[in-house]
Design a protein around this ligand. Structure first.
Ligand code: FAD
Ligand code: SF4
Length: 507
């Protein structure tokens, strides 16, 4: 007999380990363990999602004829670690061999490799680009750029291709995207799914077992089965996709989700597959129901960015999460854990994260990420925050986005320049500034938007590294043209702000 390990983000009937298994002889092991729920303080909704989806998946496996050894969180024999549960079941059954699909985190890969049992780790082929393919693509390239990787993925999948040419004659229609958005009461809201008895039981358990974690388990409206995840995809493709491109970068106070898909948690735990999502989106475009910029922009996120991030994580190896090329060492400010702040954009992005375990890409990148980078926060602490608070956060995707794209702590592996902006960008793309205590148009006075001060502080302190970067030269020219007294005032105001931040004073 062999033990077949299925982790909480591998809930897919065709996952590699299941394809190798024999229902007549093998035993499937699934385990809810404290170690996985607490190595960072995950948002309660994320824990509810995973445990409830695991219980539903185990039920489906049993119904399909599999034998499943399922450990519940409150099981008295629970050893509370994945290797511990494998050893316990191995001892009980006499099994000596484990088959698993490679986990999406180096921490767990190493833990499995170190168990005294014979463990076979199969490649996770739910991704469209294998680790070997990515390594071959990356080899001998001076720089890894998503855009070129993405073109190869379009060719490989055939998505939105006309022969060997991209549909519409261009690979990328981003110049049609990135518009600001206006409140619209008719904009469709993402569907919510009423918790069934299983989810309710799990939510009660999570509330009792993880009381100090940031955020609340309820109200909980996420899908926990493939059936409901498909409904969520269908709702997105039918109602929100047509405006996805236009509204992709916009932020509105009263509309936290705009035309985003909210499918990353389902995709990341295996309830949906990347290709089926893209094919659905392509079909909407082919049927003339969505514009090309929306369909192309969406498909790029999945077969481009998502696969690229996975490739980088596996290629860069274990040390990636401790990279800190810019030498930033400020502790994560308490406002990230809900301490009130006068900065309206941060207050909204963090409040929404606490309530929903969700913020869309631009909120993560240009509000919370931008502020942490400008303020010089230790990237390891930023990484731990993102890994904790988002419902879709798994290290293989969260770390390259945080350490790489958002904090530039990897020195440019993911992005050729840091994503930094002053308040002007947030003002252009959102309605946050209108009701902020700070004034986004003020550059240095007492009410000046902190992003305006910190932006120049960041560029000034990293001048040696970035001044020669052609994509940043214009920023330095603007700074250099400013009056010397003004520059001194801005830097002093930024320092004063950082001192208040460090002291825990209201900011
Ligand atoms: P949509 O905007 O509707 O996009 C559709 C899909 O494209 C997403 O579901 C996602 O699967 C994929 N996608 C889009 N952008 C990215 C990207 N940059 N990387 C990978 N996939 C992408 N995404 C995660 O899945 N897990 C994370 O832990 C995560 N952490 C992030 C941390 C930071 C600092 C940043 C800047 C981004 C992070 N992202 C992460 C990427 C992105 O923000 C989310 O995938 C997206 O917000 C999920 O919401 P959605 O389904 O509504 O996405
Ligand atoms: Fe954020 Fe500055 Fe706008 Fe306030 S003024 S919401 S701090 S960008």
């Amino acid at each position: 007999m062999r033990l077949i390990l299925i982790l909480g983000d591998q809930l897919c009937q065709s996952v590699a380990a299941l394809r190798q298994a024999d229902p007549a002889t093998d035993l499937i092991v699934m385990a809810e363990v404290l170690a996985e729920g607490t190595y960072v303080p995950h948002h309660p909704q994320k824990i509810v999602l995973i445990l409830s989806a695991m219980r539903h998946f185990a039920h489906d496996l049993r119904a399909a004829g599999w034998r499943v050894a399922y450990t519940r969180l409150d099981d008295p024999d629970n050893t509370h670690s994945i290797p511990g549960e494998l050893l316990r079941h191995a001892a009980a059954t006499g099994a000596t061999e484990i088959i698993a699909t490679t986990p999406g985190e180096w921490r767990l890969i190493r833990a499995l490799q170190e168990t005294p049992l014979r463990v076979t780790l199969l490649p996770d082929d739910r991704f469209l680009c294998s680790d070997a393919e990515f390594a071959a693509w990356a080899k001998d390239r001076k720089q890894l750029r998503m855009e070129f990787f993405y073109r190869d993925m379009r060719r490989k999948t055939g998505l939105m291709m006309e022969g060997d040419k991209p549909a519409g004659g261009q690979w990328n229609f981003d110049h049609d995207n990135r518009k600001a958005a206006k409140p619209d009461l008719l904009r469709p809201r993402p569907p919510r799914f009423a918790p069934d008895a299983v989810t309710q039981e799990v939510a009660a358990l999570v509330k009792a077992r993880f009381p100090g974690h940031f955020g609340k388990a309820e109200p909980f409206g996420w899908a926990v089965t493939r059936h409901d995840a498909l409904l969520a995809l269908d709702h997105f493709a039918t109602h929100a996709l047509p405006r996805f491109g236009d509204e992709q970068d916009a932020m509105l106070t009263d509309d936290p989700t705009l035309s985003h898909a909210l499918i990353s948690p389902y995709l990341n735990i295996g309830l949906l597959a990347p290709l089926e999502i893209c094919q659905r989106v392509e079909a909407e475009w082919k049927a003339g129901r969505v514009p090309i910029n929306a369909a192309e922009g969406f498909i790029r996120q999945i077969i481009g960015w998502r696969e690229f991030m996975r490739g980088i994580y596996m290629l860069e190896g274990e040390g990636y999460t401790s990279r800190n090329v810019l030498g930033h060492n400020r502790p994560l400010p308490a406002l990230y854990w809900g301490k009130p702040t006068r900065m309206n954009c941060l207050s909204h992005a963090v409040g929404q994260t606490r309530d929903m375990a969700y913020a869309h890409h631009i909120q993560r990148l240009m509000v919370t990420g931008n502020f942490a980078l400008l303020a010089g926060v230790d990237p390891a602490e930023v990484h731990e925050w993102y890994l904790s608070v988002y419902i879709d956060a798994f290290e293989w995707v969260e770390a390259p986005n945080t350490i790489g794209m958002s904090q530039w702590a990897d020195g440019g592996v993911v992005g050729s320049k840091p994503y930094v902006s002053s308040g002007a960008y947030i003002d252009r793309m959102s309605d946050y500034c209108k009701s902020c205590t700070y004034a986004v148009k003020e550059k240095s006075g007492a009410k000046a938007c902190p992003f305006n001060l910190l932006y120049w502080h960041f560029l000034n302190r990293h001048r040696d590294r970035f001044a020669a970067n052609p994509r940043m030269a214009q920023m330095y020219r603007t700074w250099d043209k400013m009056d010397e007294t003004h520059r001194t005032t801005v830097l002093a105001a930024a320092e004063a702000f950082l001192t208040r931040l460090d002291a825990g004073d209201p900011v």
